[in-house]
Write a protein that binds this ligand. Structure first.
Ligand code: BES
Ligand code: MN
Ligand code: ZN
Length: 506
C-alpha cells in the first residue's frame, strides 16, 4: 500500500472512497458544508434522517451526488464521538473502522480527511497521520486469510492510502504516516503469529519464525533447546515444557550490543509468555474454550514483533527480547502438582498447580534477561483469567516497581493509544504463597487476589525495575467490533515499541 499526503481539499481528491470523520453533532459549516453542498445535500439529508447519530465507530456509506463535484466515488462517514473525548486510541480505531466498513467492497484507493481530527488531537496533523496510517494497516488485517485461499469478504487490500491535510507540510506528515504503517505492520505480524493454531505453531516453529525475522532485520538471535536449558538451570521453564512431545525453546533476540545502554541509560528487556498451547497440564483445564489457549503465546509473538518494528524504525536501538516458548501438556513426562523445582535464580518452587504455568516460564526468562545485563524489564503475558474478569477486553492490567518505571511504561502506552490500569503488589499476600517445603508455591490454595498473586510470584524473580502487563483479557477478541475482527489484537506491541524508541540513539 502506497501512502500519499495531499494538501488538496477533500472534495478534490481522486479516490474510490473518501473517509469523513465527524466528531460530536455534525456542524455544517466550513469545509463540511462545502462537501455537503457538492454532494447535492447528501450529508445534511443523512443527518436529518438520523443516520449520523449514534455511537463511536458507527459508519455510513454515502454517495457523492450526481453533480460530479466531488473527486471521490463514495464517502464513508465515520462517527468519532465527542470532540473533547478524542484520544490517540480513538483515532487508530476510527481509521481501522473506516477500512473495515469497506469489507467485501471493490476499493483500491482510500482517502482520509485528517483535518476534523487534527484540529482537536494533541500533536495535530502529524499525530493524526501516524495514527491513521497505523489504523488503516491494522483495520485491513484479516485472520481468515491465514489459512483460507482467496478469502474475499475481509477488508479490501488497498493499493493507495491518501491522507488529506490541506495547509499542512507534506514531508513531515509522510514521515509520520510511514512510522504509523510500520507500527501497524508490526502489530499484524504479532497477530498472525498469535492467531496461527497450535498444530501449526509449536515452540520450534515459533523459534524458526523468530529466526527468519531476526535474519531479515539484522537482529542477533539465540535459541536455547531443552538440553542446554536444563544444563543452565532453567528448571521452571523445563518443568512446563517437558510434558509435550514438542520440545521447548527459549528464544533470545537482541538489537544493539550485549548489555549496551540506550539513550536513557537502560538496557531494556521485553519478555513475552509463549505458551503455544495451554491445556493446563496435569491440572487440566475444562474443555469449554480450551481451544482459545492457542492464543496463550500472544506475549511472545508481541515481543518478537516489537523487536522487528524497533529494528525497522531505529536500527541498533539497544533492546533485549526474551520469548520462552513451550507447550503445556499432560503426559507421562509432565510435571505433577506438588513437584518442587529449582528456578534459574535458585529458588525452590512448589508447583501446586500446573495450569499456573505462565509465571513459571516467565520467572526463568526474567532471571536470564538480568543475567544478560537487563537493567529494566517489561513482561507481557496472557497470564490470568482474573484480569479479563476485572478489566475486560479493552484495558490491560499492569503491575510493577518502582513507580517511576511503571509511569514510564504507562506513558509509552498513552503514546501508543493503549490502555492500562495499575494493580497493586500487595506484599502481605505473599504469606499465602508459602510452601510446605519449598521457597514458595506458584498457586495459593486460597486463590483470593489471584491476579495480585500472579504478579507477586513474578516479583520474586526480578531485582531491577520491572513492569508486568497482563493481556489475557485484551490480547484477543472473542467478538467482532467495528474496528477489529475476532482473534489476536496485537495489543501492547505499540506500547513496547514506544518504550524502546524512547531510548533510541541519535
Ligand atoms: N493462560 C491462562 C490464562 C488465560 C485464561 C488466558 C483465559 C486467556 C484466557 C493461564 O495460564 C492460566 O491458566 N491461568 C489460571 C491461573 C490459575 C491456575 C492460578 C487462571 O487464570 O485460571
Ligand atoms: Mn495455564
Ligand atoms: Zn497459560
Amino acid at each position: 500500500m502506497q501512502v500519499r499526503v495531499t494538501a488538496e481539499q477533500p472534495w478534490d481528491v481522486k479516490a474510490d472512497v473518501l473517509v469523513v470523520p465527524i466528531l460530536g453533532q455534525p456542524a455544517f459549516s466550513g469545509p463540511l458544508a462545502e462537501l455537503d453542498r457538492r454532494s447535492g445535500g447528501e450529508l445534511r439529508s443523512l443527518d436529518d434522517f438520523g443516520e449520523l447519530r449514534g455511537k463511536r465507530f458507527k459508519s455510513v456509506l454515502a454517495g457523492t451526488g450526481s453533480g460530479k463535484e466531488i473527486g471521490a466515488k463514495r464517502l464513508v462517514v465515520v462517527l468519532g464521538g465527542p470532540a473533547a473525548d478524542l484520544d490517540r486510541e480513538t483515532v487508530v480505531k476510527l481509521a481501522a473502522a473506516s477500512i473495515r466498513r469497506l469489507a467485501g467492497r471493490e476499493a483500491r484507493s482510500m482517502a482520509v480527511w485528517l483535518s476534523p481530527l487534527a484540529d482537536v488531537l494533541e500533536g495535530g496533523a502529524a499525530a493524526v497521520a501516524e495514527l491513521v496510517g497505523r489504523g488503516v494497516v491494522e483495520g485491513g488485517y484479516e485472520p481468515a486469510r491465514i489459512y483460507r485461499d482467496g478469502y474475499e469478504e475481509g477488508a479490501p487490500e488497498l493499493s493507495e492510502l491518501v491522507l488529506v491535510a490541506p495547509g499542512e507540510e507534506k514531508g513531515r506528515l509522510e514521515k509520520a504516516a510511514e512510522r504509523g504503517t510500520i507500527i501497524g505492520e508490526g502489530a499484524n505480524t504479532a497477530r498472525t503469529l498469535s492467531n496461527r493454531s497450535s498444530n501449526d505453531v509449536s515452540p520450534e516453529v515459533l523459534a524458526e519464525e523468530a529466526y527468519t525475522l531476526a535474519k531479515k532485520h539484522g537482529l542477533w538471535i539465540d535459541v536455547i533447546g531443552p538440553e542446554k536449558a536444563t544444563d543452565m538451570g532453567m528448571g521452571l521453564f523445563m518443568a512446563v515444557g517437558r510434558g509435550s512431545d514438542n520440545p521447548p525453546r527459549m528464544i533470545v533476540m537482541r538489537s544493539g550490543k550485549k548489555g549496551e545502554k540506550d539513550a536513557l541509560g537502560r538496557h531494556l528487556a521485553i519478555v513475552g509468555k509463549g505458551v503455544c498451547f495451554d491445556s493446563g497440564g496435569i491440572s487440566i483445564k475444562p474443555s469449554d474454550r480450551m481451544d482459545e489457549m492457542k492464543m496463550d503465546k500472544a506475549g511472545a509473538c508481541t515481543v518478537i514483533a516489537a523487536a522487528v518494528t524497533v529494528a525497522r524504525l531505529a536500527p541498533g536501538t539497544p533492546l533485549l527480547v526474551m520469548a520462552p516458548a513451550v507447550e503445556n501438556m499432560p503426559g507421562p513426562h509432565s510435571t505433577r502438582p506438588g513437584d518442587i523445582v529449582r528456578a534459574l535464580n535458585g529458588k525452590m518452587v512448589d508447583i501446586t498447580n500446573t495450569d499456573a504455568e505462565g509465571r513459571l516460564i516467565l520467572a526463568d526468562a526474567l532471571t536470564y534477561a538480568e543475567q544478560l545485563g537487563a537493567t529494566h524489564l517489561v513482561d507481557v503475558a496472557t497470564l490470568t483469567g482474573a484480569v479479563s474478569r476485572a478489566l475486560g477486553e479493552l484495558v490491560s492490567g499492569g503491575f510493577g516497581t518502582p513507580q517511576t518505571f511503571v509511569d514510564e511504561v504507562f506513558a509509552a502506552g498513552a503514546r501508543a493509544g493503549e490502555r492500562y490500569w495499575q494493580l497493586p503488589l500487595v506484599e502481605e499476600y505473599k504469606a499465602d504463597m508459602e510452601s510446605w517445603s519449598g521457597d514458595l508455591v506458584n498457586f495459593s490454595r486460597n486463590n483470593e487476589g489471584g491476579l495480585v498473586k500472579s504478579a507477586l510470584f513474578l516479583s520474586e524473580f526480578v531485582t531491577q525495575p520491572w513492569v508486568h502487563l497482563d493481556i489475557a483479557g485484551t490480547g484477543y477478541f472473542r467478538r467482532v467490533t467495528p474496528y477489529a475482527p475476532r482473534g489476536a489484537t496485537g495489543v501492547s506491541h505499540a506500547t513496547l515499541v514506544e518504550l524502546a524508541l524512547a531510548g533510541a540513539k541519535g
